[in-house]
Design a protein around this ligand. Sequence first.
Ligand code: FES
Length: 388
Amino acid sequence: LLPAKIQLLPSELTLKIFSYLNPKELCQCKQVCTQWDTLAGDPSLWTSLHPVRWAQGDWRFNISVEEMELEEDPYDNSLTCTIDEDADVDESESSGESDGLDSLDPNSQLNQIRREAKMLSSIVKYLLPAVGRSVQTINLSYSKSVTNGLVYKILQQTPNVKHLNLSSTKISDVAFKGLRRHHSCSGLEHLDLSGCVNITNLTLVRFGDAFMRGLYKVIEENPKSTSEFDKNGKRILNGSSPDRLETDSESDSGVCPNCGNLRKKRSSLSGVEEHVLSKQEERDSKLGAPSEKRTLKFLSLSGCFKITDEGLSALLDAGPYPYLHHLDLSGCLNVTARGLSDFVKACDSLNHEEFFYCDNILEGPYAQTASGCQNLECSNRVCCRSGE
Ligand code: FES
């Protein structure tokens, strides 16, 4: 068909043809005419984002979870480049001057990182405003150019993301500021933060609040079921008077405004398992199975050595995780047997073979059937026995 005749095809047919194209080809189609610009930018075509792979020339949309899990660092670890961790999105239109990288070293890997940085900037600036709500998979594993500012902006525009892989990046807690405010990550199914050595309990507090936001959505959909929430959708803590309602700012930061420490939430209650399970079941029955909103199935914090029991406890604030089957806490040196036990009691579907934690934790849960630390022979993940 001549180009002019192709443009006479009904939009539905053109869209169907576009669904077989990769992101690079779609971007080329967007430059043909206004009609194709609109059709190639249809949200239904952009449900998965793999910018790191795209920058390496692998232009696929559909990459299986298994393939993502087997992903290896495409860059030489000895490679040094300068990325401003707190830099905001690159606003420059052009070609290579302000991409946050050391532009003096022209080797191919640096060029690849530079491509990746520009691609991420363009995605945030031009693509996500149009298609962000349809994005369900974000894979930034091993990205050397991603910054806290970029992750913040990506999550701000993708409220329906289900699969988030930020493994082996340099992001820190700042990236997840405002998760709940942006209604992002509340329906997350897969969260991989393995190798993110800079994150602390505050990240888990923020994810816990985001998962709780999923419950608020249920309340908005079931306005009669507000017995444990005020009219603004804020949660009334167990046994609290209305003056002890969580405020947005408090719950978002998880930090006590008086002492500056992370708030102890569940840990101050009498028995985490009792509270979480019984109160949540009670709430589930009132709200019509809101557990459907706590859909987390896969959680990896491998090598996140700053995480403690308090971080796991903060995650429990969103209630139990009835679908969680994979939990990797290898290299979480500061988590104890008590913290592990409290957490796994809220995970009915946990597959013991997919439950990993430090070999040196004595009397940990499911000691006979759970798997040990995965990081023993791993050179780039934290492990208390590295070097033995
Ligand atoms: Fe203890 Fe790896 S973290 S054995």
